[in-house]
Design a protein around this ligand. Structure first.
Ligand code: PMP
Length: 436
């Protein structure tokens, strides 16, 4: 990795932190810089090829450099950057989302997931006249001030120690009021949500949740949990917000809300919507989104819905509709999950694999199943770091926190290769432990 190492030194002089947070956070031994990606592969500056399950942190559902997406961007770019004006393709994209996403009656486009989340909060506050939100431990809703507070805690014991800055890393520099904007509960505990909303009904504007908890582990909602949230929000007249930044387009064309059959009031789509080009959508029912229409809630942004990003979204969705990769995304994902689990069992490693298929998590813990954020704190980060580094050195890229994303470009041979590689890495970890 000589070229990458030299680039890291160069980067450190001008880029704060030098490299992406991925490497800093997980103590990854390598800082890698890439040149390009194609299909299921990505290439680094030292000429190494990797089978990629990071997909640029999720957006590349079609794989790297899908020709239809590239062509659409080129074609529309040549027509000029129609910023901050009206262009027909923005309407076409909105019509398409209205057709595909069960709760999408009206929508607006933003640049990324974080901005769209803040827009949802603003609408919920404006409609309910209340200021606070209920969110869940371990869920990530972007990095902007209020949601960034309390993003992670080093231990289960520290949860709830609101006055202790040590307990909440990454909180430096946030506005003081940020931590008072939220009530944060463990996920998947409906009774606790019901009790808390009843107690705080006069100050709560919304409940926000990832429909599948993907940012710490990959944890499915318990049966009836999302339905229960829907009923509670209906009872108290507060907004149910689904953060579909990861699940959107990945678990089905209509997102997790389609897969689970729950209709939220507002939801956020980003990442896969445009194969990684900067566009996100806040979508919802007319009674909520209409506040923007009535000019009560401000929503702006010079770069929103620029012609090339809308083109990228339209092309991505067109390919998904045409090729219908979902059966494969699930089948390959589940095959990979089973293969990893089997390799773990055969090598006697406590690797636990859980998720849906199109995305899943594999981490080391002695728990049989991880059902909430407190469970994720049992994951052995050092061991995961070794595993991820071992995969990387054998040419397979996985996100540092153990999340795997499947793309439509992955082939069955890719899946078999990843399983065989994981087996080698697990075996090498066993022999290393024996040597020690
Ligand atoms: N919500 C979820 C569930 C996410 O995973 C992310 C990004 N990882 C965000 C919101 C923020 O989106 P963005 O990075 O596009 O601002």
């Amino acid at each position: 990795y000589t070229e990458s190492a030299a680039l890291l030194e160069r980067a450190k002089k001008v880029l704060a932190g030098g490299v992406s947070s991925e490497f800093r956070k997980y103590n990854h031994p390598h800082a890698i810089f890439y040149t390009h990606g194609k299909g299921s592969r990505i290439y680094d500056v030292d000429g190494n090829e990797y089978l990629d399950f990071t997909l640029s942190q999720g957006p590349l559902l079609l794989g790297h450099s899908h020709p239809d997406v590239l062509q659409a961007i080129n074609t529309y770019s040549e027509q000029g950057q129609l910023f901050a004006g009206q262009h027909i393709r923005e309407i076409e994209l909105a019509e398409k989302l209205a057709e595909l996403i069960p709760s999408a009656e009206l929508m607006r486009f933003c640049l990324d997931g974080s901005e769209a989340v803040q827009t949802a909060f603003r609408i919920a506050r404006a409609k309910t006249g209340k200021a606070k939100f209920l969110r869940f431990e371990g869920h990530y809703h972007g990095w902007l001030d209020n949601v960034a507070w309390g993003l992670s805690t080093p231990s289960a014991e520290a949860l709830g120690e609101r006055e202790n800055p040590e307990a909440y890393p990454w909180s430096a520099g946030l506005a003081d009021h940020a931590r008072d904007e939220f009530i944060i509960l463990p996920w998947n505990d409906l009774e606790l949500v019901r009790k808390t909303v009843a107690e705080h009904q006069h100050e709560l504007a919304a409940i926000i949740t990832e429909p599948v908890m993907c940012n710490n582990g990959c944890i499915l909602p318990k049966d009836g949990f999302l339905q229960g949230l829907r009923a509670i929000c209906d009872e108290y007249g507060i907004a149910l917000i689904f953060d579909e930044v990861i699940t959107g387009f990945r678990v089905s064309l209509g997102g997790a809300q389609q897969r689970f059959g729950i209709t939220p009031d507002l939801s956020i789509f980003a990442k896969a919507i445009a194969s990684g080009y900067p566009i996100s959508a806040i979508v919802g029912k007319r009674e909520w989104m209409g506040l923007i229409e009535d000019a009560k809630v401000i929503h702006a942004g010079t770069m929103n819905a620029s012609n090339p990003t809308v083109a990228a979204a339209l092309a991505t969705i067109q390919v998904l509709e045409r090729d219908q990769p979902y059966e494969r995304l699930y089948r390959y994902g589940q095959k990979l999950m089973a293969g990893l689990q089997q390799a773990a069992a055969e090598t006697g490693q406590n690797l636990r694999v859980q998720g849906l298929g199109p995305m899943f998590h594999a981490g080391f813990t002695d728990l049989e199943t991880v059902t909430d954020y407190r469970g994720t704190l049992s994951y052995d980060k050092a061991k995961l770091g070794k595993f991820i580094a071992g995969m990387h050195d054998r040419g397979v890229r996985v996100i540092g926190r153990g999340l795997w994303y499947i793309s439509a470009a992955h082939t069955e041979a890719d899946i078999d290769h990843a399983i065989a590689t994981a087996r080698q890495v697990l075996e090498s970890m066993v022999s290393e432990t024996t040597k020690n």
